[in-house]
Write a new protein. Structure first.
Length: 406
């Protein structure tokens, strides 16, 4: 009987001890309520790593993964950066589906998307409705304009409007009086044609005609011949890497000896490889990354670009980043800069996603300029591109490489 009483007393004492210990031990955080030092800034990225736009998206994806590794240990202030990189396979339907998934999960603070203008235009309304900042990697002006009605949409790519201002100015300086537009039959081509027409209105350069083509057409002969009917002094090929290379070769094969300009959508060494000898003398307005060695020592993008090239070539030996890789780099830097700006004001709390998204959006407009690969960015409430003429150089292909134009 005594043993039974003593055993009961021990059990009661142990129960009291456990209760006291539980009361003195801090409760573990519930899922989703991480301590401040473990806060994670989550970015979802949708790019065309494979498929028809891979010449653009492959470098974007590689850069995003490089920066994921760089910032895995944090961006400062106890905040880590997580970038989820998704491949849409160059499919518009897949682009939309992946962005919907990211938004539906409710766990991202910002989205980087898309490789092509048609994709970016398709997801603008989705991100706006969800109140999630979207950093676009595509160039069509309507993606982020007007800023007043694109409150949640920013871009790190010089728009076709800005690029074409440089192209038209170069044409004028070289005495060109007539040009034919030869562009893709998609949203990028449409925006390029509209912006070219607007740029030419204040010049004496005549637009002889506009010819559109499908990127996957079996033959480019018909659109090339149509563009050459008026014997134009210059032809502007407004496409991306592979199709532009095919079209430039077609124009030269048809005997065209005039000036050929291309869009900034060809900013990849693959264009030169595919176009071969036909690329010689081709001119374009493009981001300064391609002609780093020709830039002045005082160029505002030179140092950051040199550092990026070194990091990229170390991470991916034997490769050289494209201008599209640079746009992805700038997109991440824009988000990181905005997060640090919010941190400095004491308003960054990643346990509250809705508040974080709004704070990042506001910070992008308020944080002031930063030098990136593609130029000096200074977003404002009326300008969600934030670039000026420092975002492009006039380049030409000489001796099989990119050089500053003469």
């Amino acid at each position: 009987m005594f043993d039974i009483v003593r055993r009961a007393a021990h059990i009661a004492t142990a129960a009291v001890a456990i209760a006291v210990l539980a009361a003195l031990t801090p409760a573990a955080p519930l899922p989703g309520l991480a301590l401040a030092q473990d806060q994670v800034l989550r970015v979802g990225a949708v790019v065309s790593r494979t498929g028809g736009s891979a010449a653009l998206g492959e470098g974007e994806a590689a850069t995003l993964e490089l920066l994921q590794r760089r910032y895995a240990d944090g961006i400062g202030g106890g905040v880590k950066l997580d970038i989820t990189v998704l491949d849409d396979g160059s499919s518009l339907d897949q682009t939309i589906a992946l962005v919907k998934d990211l938004l539906g999960e409710g766990r991202v603070d910002a989205i980087i998307c898309c490789t092509r203008s048609v994709g970016a235009l398709a997801v603008v309304a989705l991100t706006q409705s969800a109140g999630v900042p979207l950093i676009s990697l595509a160039a069509a002006a309507p993606i982020a304009e007007p800023a007043e009605s694109r409150r949640w949409v920013f871009t790190t790519v010089p728009t076709d409007r800005l690029i074409l201002s440089g192209v038209v100015a170069d044409m004028q300086a070289r005495g060109i009086t007539d040009v034919v537009f030869l562009g893709l039959a998609d949203a990028f081509g449409e925006s390029g044609l509209v912006e070219l027409q607007l740029q030419l209105m204040s010049t004496t350069i005549h637009l002889d005609g506009a010819v559109r083509y499908e990127a996957d057409a079996a033959s480019y002969t018909a659109p090339a011949l149509a563009a050459l009917l008026s014997r134009p002094q210059a032809v502007l090929v407004w496409g991306i890497v592979d199709d532009s290379a095919r079209m430039v070769r077609e124009l030269r094969d048809r005997g065209y000896g005039g000036d050929i300009y291309v869009s900034h959508g060809v900013g990849n060494d693959r264009f030169i490889d595919l176009a071969g000898a036909a690329a010689e003398g081709v001119r374009l307005a493009v981001g300064p990354l391609l002609v780093l060695d020709d830039l002045a020592a005082t160029a505002p993008t030179r140092d950051v670009t040199a550092a990026f090239l070194a990091d990229y070539e170390t991470a991916y030996p034997g490769t050289t980043p494209s201008t599209f890789a640079g746009h992805a780099y700038d997109a991440v830097q824009a988000i990181v800069s905005a997060a640090r700006y919010v941190q400095d004001t004491g308003r960054l709390d990643l346990n509250h996603r809705v508040g974080t998204r709004g704070a990042l959006r506001d910070a992008l407009e308020a944080m002031g300029p930063f030098a990136g690969i593609g130029g000096v960015f200074d977003f404002t409430g009326t300008d969600h591109q934030g670039l000026d003429a420092r975002a492009y150089v006039l380049a030409e292909i000489r001796g099989g490489t990119w050089r500053l134009a003469r």
